[in-house]
Design a protein around this ligand. Sequence first.
Ligand SMILES: *Cc1c(COP(=O)(O)O)cnc(C)c1O
Length: 372
Amino acid sequence: MRATRAIIHLERLKANLAEIRKKIGPKTAICIPVKADAYGHGAVRIGIAAIKAGAKFLAVASVQEGIELREAGIVAPILLFSLPIPEELEDVVRYHITPLVPDTEFAHLVGKTAERLGEILPVHIKIDTGMGRIGCRPENILDLVEVITSYPSLHWEGTATHLSVADSLDTDDRAYTQKQLQRFSDAVDALCQHGYKPGILHAANSGAVVLHENSYFDMVRPGLLAYGYPPIPELAKTVPVQPVMELQTHVVFMKKVYPGEAISYGRKWQASQETVIGTLPIGYADGLPRRLSGKLSLSIGGRRYPLVGRICMDQCMIDLGMDSPVRRWEPVTVFGGTEADPTAAELSELLGTIPYEITCGINKRVPRVYVE
Ligand SMILES: *Cc1c(COP(=O)(O)O)cnc(C)c1O
């Protein structure tokens, strides 16, 4: 096993789902997004563990991601968040992946494909209530429903929307989310008044699970929260979760350096006094962003040691100091170990991004090690 590895704590995923369940109550179903290889955690293993822990749906962004889950034997419903192109529709039907349908053209295409293949495909209607990505305008929903219900090959199973600022505490943003939810409810009411059954209603991502209790409807779709990151750090205690991914490496080389000696490319860091430098076999090609050079401290045995010099493609260096107890071959936590360790959220803050980008960025060269 390579020295640099992502330990995936499935027991933490299970605990996080239990916290989400506690927050949303017993009646609302849970859909776990496993898009982008489960935010870097490994879609198949996370998908299986999530279903075992009580999730009813999984969700992917591409048809290929859905096929991967089906070929691994997963039979649970799989929602397709992004739109496929027409040439992918046969696979959508064959692998029984549930698309979100935003318009009549797409409804016809998918309806005809399912008809031709002699299948009945479940679909959910996607309403754009203010995200501005995919979805039909609320005023066009009846036209869309007419097309969907005209195809015996389509089973209208649910109706969804997506929120754009559900993770914001800002007053305007909270009002905007409420406006989105109101539009969603109004559209659903209009459907019911016309005698339609809109099926499973869902809107909430992680931010909404934490902040907007009236967003739960029949199902929630929390990704980030399931993987152990609070979508609103100020409200971390509302749904206490733990990082599922622990990125670990090892000290593979140690040496004493003397004042004025330089470390790494560009010789940007020079020792100001005698110290011990450790070398770690992890670099930006593994997903440790080069822009963290000189900014981050890594954890060994609960103590932090700063990265020095530039992060290379495959390696980086840390300053262990003169009297550190660290020994060669010891494990190093980059993020996500114990509470004393850095988290992907800390890395993302240093970079001005979001934790999603850190865990998604851990390269496939880094083996995933699953612990139950
Ligand atoms: C990614 C995604 C989610 C999950 O978002 P989180 O912020 O990770 O909870 C939910 N719904 C849709 C449509 C998405 O694309």
